[in-house]
Design a binder for this molecule. Structure first.
Ligand code: PGA
Ligand code: ZN
Length: 410
C-alpha cells in the first residue's frame, strides 16, 4: 500500500509546439510523471481535451486542465493507494460526471492515470511493461510489437495535397531491433528516391516524421515506397499499411481525393490498391459514422481493417463495430478515452471478439514513452509511433530497443 500524497501539473509543449499537460504524482516513496499527447485528426467521439480558449497560445493553453488536476483531482485522490489503478480511474470518471470527461478534461484525467501507474511501478521496482501486464487483466504474455513506420505523411499532418494521412511500412523481422534497422534504412533510401524525383524541396517532413512530398494520388506515394523498399534490398520483406483518416476528406456525402468519390467508388479504389500493392492493413477507410462501409471492405478485402476515429478506444463504439463486423483490429490510443483502465477494457473487448490491437501514438507527441511499455504489456504485436525520425517518435522506438534487451535477458 502506498497512498497518493499530492498531484501537481504543469503546461509543457508537445511536438507541434502546442501546450499539453504533464503531471507529477507524489506518494511517500516516489514522485512519478506522465505527459499527455494530442491528435490533429481527432475523432468526433473522443474524450474531450480541455483547452483554455482566449489569446494565450492562440487558445490552446491547458491551464484549466492543470487547475483541475491540482484543485479537484489531487484532493479527490489524496490517500488512495496508487496500486489501485481501477479505483483511481473510476473515482475520476465518477467525479467528472460527464460522458466524455469534458468537466475535468481527458488531458487532466489521463495524465493522472498514467502517472499513478508509474508510481505503483516505481514501488515494485520493475519495468513499467511488467507492471502494466500485471494490472491489465489481459490474458497474454508481454511480447515485442511489430513497428509500423509512417514514412509518407498526408492529410492533416502535412502541407501537401495527399488525401490519405499515413503511408506506413511494416518490416517482417525476427527482432524489433532488426525491424527498426530495416525501417530506418528504407526511410533514408526513400529520402534519396524522393529527392531524385521531386527535388530537394520535397524532402521536408510532416508531423509524424514521414516525408511530405507534393503529391496528390496515393499511387504516387505507394510507388515511391515500393521503389525505396526495392532499392534498400527488402522486396517481399516489408509490407505496407495505410491510415486514410477518411473523415478528414469527407464532405457532403462525398470523399474528396484527386476526384470526388462516392463510398462505393472509394471501396473499389481500395480493392484496386490492395491488388496492386502489398497492403496488409487499412485504418479508417471511411468516415467515422459509416460502420457499414467498413464492414463491406473488411468482407471483400480480407485484410486488416483498423478502427480509429470509428471506435475511439471506447467500448460502446467498439461493441457497435463488433456487431456490425466493421473491423478486425482496434487502434488503441489512451488519450481517446482518458484512463488506463478504460483502455485495458477496450483491449479485453477487442481480444475477446477475435480482433487484433495496434497501439498508437498521436500526431502531437511528447518525449514520454509510456505507449512503448503498453504495447509490450498487452502482447498486441503491433505499434505505430511514426517515422524512424524526430525525437518524440524515436523515444518510443528506443524504449522498445531497451525492452527487447530486458526480455531477451530473462
Ligand atoms: P492524430 O492522427 O493523432 O492526428 O489523430 C493519428 C491517427 O489518425 O492515427
Ligand atoms: Zn488514424
Amino acid at each position: 500500500m502506498s497512498s497518493i500524497t499530492s498531484i501537481k501539473a504543469r503546461e509543457i509543449l508537445d511536438s507541434r509546439g502546442n501546450p499539453t499537460v504533464e503531471v507529477d504524482l507524489f506518494t511517500k516513496q516516489t514522485c512519478q510523471s506522465a505527459s499527455v499527447p494530442s491528435g490533429a485528426s481527432t475523432g468526433r467521439h473522443e474524450a474531450v481535451e480541455l483547452r483554455d480558449g482566449g489569446k494565450r497560445f492562440l487558445g490552446k493553453g491547458v491551464q484549466k486542465a492543470i487547475k483541475n488536476v491540482e484543485q479537484r483531482i489531487s484532493p479527490l485522490l489524496k490517500g488512495v493507494d496508487c496500486f489501485e489503478q481501477r479505483k483511481i480511474d473510476e473515482m475520476m470518471i465518477r467525479k467528472d460526471g460527464t460522458k466524455n470527461k469534458s468537466k475535468f478534461g481527458a488531458n487532466a484525467v489521463l495524465g493522472v492515470s498514467l502517472a499513478a501507474a508509474r508510481a505503483a511501478n516505481a514501488e515494485k521496482k520493475k519495468f513499467l511493461f511488467q507492471h502494466l501486464a500485471e494490472i491489465s487483466g489481459v490474458d497474454r504474455k508481454p511480447s515485442m510489437p511489430r513497428p509500423f513506420f509512417n514514412v509518407i505523411n498526408g492529410g492533416k499532418h502535412a502541407g501537401n495535397k495527399l488525401a490519405f494521412q499515413e503511408f506506413m511500412i511494416a518490416p517482417k523481422a525476427k527482432t524489433f531491433a532488426e525491424a527498426l534497422r530495416m525501417g530506418s534504412e528504407v526511410y533514408h533510401v526513400l529520402k534519396e528516391v524522393i529527392e531524385k524525383k521531386y527535388g530537394k524541396e520535397a524532402i521536408n517532413v510532416g508531423d509524424e516524421g514521414g516525408f511530405a512530398p507534393p503529391l496528390q494520388r496515393a499511387e504516387e506515394a505507394l510507388d515511391l515506397i515500393q521503389e525505396a523498399i526495392r532499392k534498400a534490398g527488402y522486396a517481399g520483406k516489408i509490407e505496407i499499411a495505410l491510415d486514410c483518416a477518411a473523415s478528414e476528406f469527407y464532405t457532403k456525402g462525398k470523399y474528396v481525393l484527386q476526384a470526388k468519390m462516392s463510398k462505393e467508388r472509394l471501396l473499389d479504389y481500395y480493392l484496386h490498391l490492395i491488388k496492386k500493392y502489398p497492403i496488409i492493413s487499412i485504418e479508417d477507410p471511411f468516415e467515422q459514422e459509416d460502420f457499414e462501409s467498413f464492414a463491406d471492405l473488411r468482407k471483400r478485402s480480407r485484410i486488416q481493417i483498423v478502427g480509429d476515429d470509428l471506435t475511439v478506444t471506447n467500448v460502446t463504439r467498439i461493441k457497435k463495430a463488433i456487431q456490425k463486423k466493421s473491423c478486425n483490429c482496434l487502434l488503441l490510443k489512451v488519450n481517446q478515452i482518458g484512463t488506463l483502465t478504460e483502455a485495458f477494457d477496450a483491449v479485453k473487448m477487442a481480444y475477446e471478439n477475435g480482433w487484433k490491437v495496434m497501439v498508437s501514438h498521436r500526431s502531437g507527441e511528447t518525449e514520454d514513452t509510456f505507449i512503448a511499455d503498453l504495447a509490450v504489456a498487452i502482447g498486441c504485436g503491433m505499434i505505430k509511433a511514426g517515422a524512424p525520425c524526430r525525437g518524440e517518435r524515436i523515444a518510443k522506438y528506443n524504449r522498445l530497443l531497451r525492452i527487447e534487451e530486458v526480455l531477451r535477458r530473462k
